[in-house]
Design a protein around this ligand. Structure first.
Ligand SMILES: Cc1ncc(COP(=O)(O)O)c(C=O)c1O
Length: 446
């Protein structure tokens, strides 16, 4: 079996996610045979360092022995059971753990089987909460410009990445979109984030009677190009949501579990949202699962006699799958038994120092970082901040270069970023930086 044969078989039957399939007339599809730590290996023995944690899910490396073992142990015990009317030990233990490690006040856990489905849960729960409370005027959601919350219709609707959304506009729910706190090219993140909050404050003060919830990606708008902002925005948002009786939905699907330098991004603002959605690294990158944490107040608003029809009648077949729960428990166990967050701080500092030279690159507008996420934004004209034409696909050139050198650096438009598994070493960071630097040098050539 070689790459070419598998690629051909793949192209005969598959339709890949987030892909213009015609690109693959020129670009290879790389079949991966195995994973080991930060490395992925294809069928011809080529290795690729997974700088993007396979779409931000992988926390402790591919084929991590502890997580693999936990799944193996679970699979012979119980692979799955309906979660309505039945329960099982992994889901109970995981719920207890999540209540323990998330911010105080998040005491109830509902499950979905992927991030987008989890966002749908939070949106529906928020809406129904107000409905159950007799506040039927509350029907709208507020989101941030440039946000991303997934691809199912409801989740897509509360996102704001035009590329994914535009074609579906005619059939979607319409949120109230507020200017983003994005600090791109801002010298003072705190004052900029504070200033941007004025837009949110205005919308909430004027329309709160019609608003169910505000949804944000805490600290980093990941799919929107790894745009970052200061925790003060979350602090102000918590206060305003309380003041105006509006729910605060923290979508920590991408940023949760240590990505931003703390276990959860909300910790940096010391806030408890009304909903916290967790997925991706929750299972260490092994299996799809989403946990939606919420408050007792939320739970109580649905708790009544069946005949009142106030229950949350939402379900997914694989809700709380035991194998996924076992993977999540093993992942949390690693966080709790090893100094992961502390070690990440050292790795983050190393990434910062290793990319210092890129700050002066004539086609790099900004090198920005929050914890274990570091983004390098390429521009055509640095002085005047003129972006490269998106059709030139400069980021894709870095990606292609990376593959020839053994690095998986899937970009976001013209943004090259590192969001690696936490087991990456300093030497591997040096390797990634070297490949990215050379890749950028190649990609910006006119
Ligand atoms: C912030 C955020 N929310 C939601 C999602 C959707 O998660 P999923 O891809 O599991 O549906 C993503 C996926 O990238 C995300 O980054």
């Amino acid at each position: 079996m070689n790459n070419q044969t598998l690629m051909q078989r793949d192209l005969d039957v598959l339709w890949h996610p987030c892909t213009q399939m015609k690109d693959h007339e020129a670009l290879p599809i790389i079949p991966i045979k195995s994973g080991d730590g930060v490395w992925l290996e294809d069928f011809e023995g080529n290795r690729y360092l997974d700088a993007v944690s396979s779409w931000w899910v992988n926390a402790f490396g591919h084929c991590n022995p502890k997580i693999s073992q936990a799944i193996k142990d679970q699979v012979d015990q119980l692979e799955h059971v309906i979660l309505a009317g039945f329960s099982h030990e992994p889901v109970i233990k995981l719920s207890e753990k999540l209540v323990e490690i998330t911010p105080d006040g998040l005491d109830r856990v509902f499950y979905a089987d992927n991030g987008s489905a989890g966002i749908e849960v939070a949106l529906k729960m928020s809406f129904q909460y107000w409905h159950n409370k007799g506040q039927s005027k509350k029907r709208k959601f507020v989101n941030l410009a440039n946000s991303y919350h997934g691809e199912t219709l409801g989740a897509l609707a509360v996102g704001d990445v035009e590329l994914y959304k535009e074609v579906f506009e005619p059939i979607m729910l319409k949120p109230i979109t507020v200017a983003s706190p994005d600090c791109f090219m801002q010298p003072d993140w705190e004052s900029h984030s504070r200033k941007q909050f004025e837009h949110m404050e205005r919308v909430l003060s004027e329309q709160h009677e019609e608003i169910c919830a505000v949804i944000v990606e805490p600290l980093i708008q990941c799919a929107g190009g790894m745009r970052m902002y200061h925790p003060v925005y979350l602090e102000l948002l918590r206060k305003a949501c309380t003041k105006y009786s509006v729910h605060f939905i923290a979508d920590e699907i991408a940023v949760g579990f240590g990505r931003t330098g703390t276990m959860f991004a909300c910790e940096q603002a010391q806030v408890t949202p009304d909903f916290m959605c967790l997925s991706k690294a929750l299972t260490g990158g092994y299996l799809p699962l989403c946990a939606i944490l919420t408050t007792q107040d939320m739970y109580q608003a649905f708790y009544d006699d069946y005949s009142k029809l106030s229950a949350f009648l939402h379900s997914h077949s694989y809700t709380g799958n035991p194998l996924a729960c076992a993977a999540a428990l093993a992942t949390i166990e690693i966080f709790q038994s090893e100094p992961v967050i502390e070690n990440n701080r050292k790795l983050a500092a190393y990434m910062k120092q290793a990319t210092e030279h890129l700050r002066d690159h004539p086609h790099v507008a900004e090198v920005r970082q929050t914890g274990m996420v570091l983004a390098i934004e390429m521009v055509k004209d640095k002085k005047q901040n003129i972006p490269f034409d998106w059709q030139e696909r400069r980021g894709l050139k870095v990606f292609q270069y990376g593959l020839t050198k053994g690095a998986l650096l899937r970009p976001l438009g013209n943004i090259v970023y590192f969001m690696p598994p936490y087991i990456i070493t300093e030497e591997q960071i040096d390797f990634l930086v070297e490949v990215a630097t050379q890749g950028i040098n190649e990609a910006v050539k006119s």
